[in-house]
Design a protein around this ligand. Structure first.
Ligand SMILES: [Zn+2]
Length: 144
């Protein structure tokens, strides 16, 4: 366990180095001064995806979804609640597979919603189908 963690800013994508002990104290980005954890799922695009997958020292949970998908909409509030519970130990982000079809193809997303958990650029686990907030948190804690 290191004394500091690399965290990618959700606002400007700068890679911050945050002391572990400051993680829970709402750290701000050194570059843009916005909160590194803002209580909301991050919306990832092809332009920002790689940096967040590769440069975060904490696990990142992705929700692959689409605007037309009923179960995705059902799960969306649970995913937002899971952010509040899991931050700052885990980053939560969403990938719209309609506007980001390249990412959906690259990660072979066959059904949505699909949750995929990454750490250090490696896929740890994935799960398809809508889940409630408790199940999301439990599933992440088992696999991270
Ligand atoms: Zn920033």
């Amino acid at each position: 366990m290191t004394d500091s963690l690399h965290l990618v800013c959700p606002n400007c994508q700068a890679v911050n180095r945050v002391p572990s002990m400051r993680l829970a104290q709402h750290p701000n980005c050194g570059k843009c001064h916005q909160p590194i954890f803002n209580g909301k799922p991050l919306e990832l695009t092809a332009a920002t995806f790689q940096s967040h997958i590769l440069n975060n020292d904490i696990p990142i949970l992705l929700d692959f979804w689409a605007p037309w998908c009923g179960p995705c909409k059902m799960m969306a509030p649970a995913f937002v609640q899971a952010v509040v519970i899991l931050e700052p130990r885990v980053r939560l982000a969403k990938v719209d597979t309609d506007s980001e079809q390249g990412l959906g193809n690259q990660y072979v997303i066959r059904s949505i919603p699909t949750l995929v958990l990454f750490k250090g650029g490696k896929e740890l686990a994935r799960q398809s189908g809508a889940m409630g907030v408790q199940d999301i948190v439990k599933w992440v804690n088992i696999h991270k």
